[in-house]
Design a protein around this ligand. Structure first.
Ligand code: UDP
Length: 403
């Protein structure tokens, strides 16, 4: 595991010194993070790298999980889709299932943090255990146009928190509590993002039987309709009539996402008969994801809705040209025609991919710009700094905090 000093060559000494200074001010405070899965998806990805780094700075940060069964995660997945503004029929029975499992978690989860940091809606009801300590609700979802029924239900919990954190300005909502805007981040020294020797990249490609004979277009995501994997295949097919290429669609599941298998079957059907489409069901293996991203000519993220899109950040950090939908947190990462190409449709995605395949110098420049944008804005060091400032702000009365 990386130590905080290891980040100096990447972000500079000043940034690391600031972090050390701030961490000293949190001495004696226990920060308790709670979410619903330890693997799969962006929240688990961030926490698994942030916890050890905070510990290295002597911050007492810990991470706990709530428990839930298939029914509960079926309901929270519906909430997730509905909060993203997708049509979902959330019923009274669904709210009952959510409340039942929440009650069990309220009984069973041990709350010991001075600051309790709750991630996303699944554990939101734990706020019932608030007793003199500070509570933050961290929303990783694009709630710019949420389904009102689900949002109002959650408001009953959110309003009782001390503060809420959203990933982008467009996601903030009218709330009676303080709000902070904090973008997520990646860890440049993790197995998923560190530099890799070419032999490791080649070995991963060989393992998955992907020859290096044509340009490779890749989307790495959970098999989720909001990631539009079938749309990815359609875009690839349009490209393929002009530029010979391969498509890699790679992803594993998350234990709090029950729809994965169904979507995977839809994807397999859409891809059937084309040997240049590689559908990879990945076990959680960060080095393999890293290698797949590095071996790709173009990275695609054709999401219909997106909280932030860490896969975009990961690709940009590897100086890859990225084509991604103009949704959620993606436009904060990609300035169109500067640090990647934004698209709004299948046609737009295929047009952008063709442009990059046909103009390698332009593609290279976009990738390089993307890497610098990530260095300046979306690395874990900036993220930890922002969180520490939020924790500290909880102990101050001022209404406005500038980060
Ligand atoms: N990811 C992974 N294995 C997979 C698919 C995705 O480790 O099979 C990682 C991916 O590299 C990224 C995160 O999970 O770090 C996904 O975050 P993102 O914000 O892109 O989407 P989310 O899944 O949170 O909607």
């Amino acid at each position: 595991m990386a130590k905080i000093g290891d980040y100096i060559p990447i972000v500079g000494e000043g940034v690391v010194n600031d972090l050390k200074l701030l961490s000293g001010k949190l001495k004696g405070k226990v920060i308790q993070n709670i979410n619903s899965t330890s693997v799969g998806g962006g929240v688990a990805e961030i926490l698994s790298h942030m916890m050890p780094l905070m510990k290295d700075m002597d911050i007492d940060a810990r991470w706990d999980l709530i428990k839930g069964g298939e029914q509960f995660f079926g309901v929270t997945k519906k909430f997730h889709n509905a909060l993203h503004g997708m049509p979902e029929s959330v019923t009274e029975k669904d709210f009952e299932i959510f409340t039942e499992t929440s009650k069990k978690n309220i009984e069973e989860v041990n709350i010991y943090g001075d600051v309790v940091f709750i991630h996303d809606p699944q554990p939101i009801a734990l706020i019932d255990k608030k007793a003199g300590n500070k509570w933050i609700w961290r929303c990783h979802i694009d709630v710019s146009a949420p389904d009102q029924k689900v949002w109002e239900f959650l408001r009953g919990f959110i309003d009782r928190y001390d503060s809420a954190v959203f990933s982008a300005p467009a996601f903030s909502q009218k709330l009676p509590i303080r709000q902070f805007l904090i973008a997520p981040s990646i860890d440049p020294l993790s197995d998923k993002n560190r530099d890799l020797p070419q032999e490791v990249i080649d070995a991963v490609m060989a393992k998955y039987g992907i020859p290096n004979d044509k340009p490779i277009i890749t989307q790495i995501s959970r098999f989720d309709r909001l990631k539009d994997p079938v749309g990815v295949i359609k875009a690839y097919k349009q490209v393929k009539t002009y530029n010979d290429c391969r498509l890699v669609l790679a992803g594993g599941g998350a234990s709090d996402d029950p729809e994965g298998l169904q979507v995977l079957n839809e994807v397999r059907e859409a891809a059937s008969g084309d040997p240049d489409i590689h559908i990879l069901l990945l076990a959680q293996n960060d080095t393999e994801i890293n290698a797949l991203q590095r071996a790709s000519t173009v990275i695609l993220q054709k999401s219909i809705k997106e909280g932030f899109g860490l896969t975009v950040t990961e690709a940009l950090w590897k100086a890859k040209p990225v084509v991604a939908s103009n949704v959620g947190g993606i436009p904060s990462q990609i300035a169109h025609k500067y640090s990647g190409l934004l698209c709004h449709s299948i046609d737009g995605a295929s047009f952008a991919i063709k442009q990059l395949l046909n103009s390698p110098d332009y593609a290279k420049k976009l990738g390089e710009n993307g890497r610098e944008h990530v260095r300046n804005n979306f690395l874990i060091t900036r993220h930890i700094r922002d969180y520490m400032l939020v924790f500290l702000s909880l102990y101050h009365k001022e209404d406005i905090v500038y980060l």
